[in-house]
Design a protein. Structure first.
Length: 211
């Protein structure tokens, strides 16, 4: 196979991968490509992502691990996060955690989204304090996902019963993005909490603590 044809195959796969609509095409193209150019880490990353879209998770994990090994330092963080999300879905949040930690440690990761994803993974594990730390780190970074950072921070506070802080976080998300539907719904779900607490207090006054 000529070098020009391989270049054309990769270019087509790369273009198709940008839409997320043609994973079958991308897989077929890159399956051929990586056999001829097995040291092309970016191709393995695209290949692994397309395999995940087709639910070929074991093959996807193998491809992404290969991509991670081949990736330059400036790209390893991104690939580690790809692996983390796959392992979270395919295996478990606990098994995914080391990959999230690896992704967040890399120097090329300087935006909020890795910390948001790591925090969400910790939420699945009910490690709420650790999740809050991740969302707070995300809020210190310079990126366009501050609304998501505040929203997820609110979810963590809500899970802990820290309702006032949850409300403040949801409001902060909506100040940035007034159309944020999930934050609107979450904030609406906090309405009338005083009435709820009044009923609980009345029950306890009459019947004691709930056992």
């Amino acid at each position: 196979m000529t070098s020009e044809l391989l270049d054309e195959i990769y270019k087509r796969a790369e273009d198709l991968s940008k839409t997320d609509l043609h994973p079958s095409h991308v897989v077929e193209l890159l399956e051929v490509y990586v056999k001829s150019r097995p040291q092309h880490g970016r191709a393995w990353s695209l290949y692994g992502a397309a395999l995940k879209d087709l639910s070929r998770n074991k093959e996807s994990l193998q491809a992404l691990i290969t991509a991670y090994k081949l990736a330059p330092e400036t790209y390893k963080g991104f690939v580690a996060m790809q692996i983390a999300v796959l392992v979270q879905d395919f295996q478990s949040p606990k098994e995914a955690l080391p990959w999230f930690e690896t992704g967040c440690k890399h120097a090329d990761i300087d935006h909020g989204w890795p910390w948001i994803l790591k925090g969400a993974n910790l939420m699945y594990m009910e490690e709420f304090d650790a999740a809050i730390s991740c969302f707070e780190i995300a809020l210190r970074e310079d990126h366009h996902l501050k609304d998501e950072s505040y929203f997820n921070l609110g979810l963590a506070y809500r899970a802990q019963g820290r309702y006032e802080q949850a409300i403040d976080s949801f409001k902060s998300a909506l100040q940035i993005n007034p159309a944020y539907e999930e934050a609107i719904n979450a904030l609406a779900g906090m309405d009338n909490l005083p009435d709820t607490f009044r009923l609980i207090a009345e029950y306890r006054k009459n019947y004691g603590e709930i056992h």
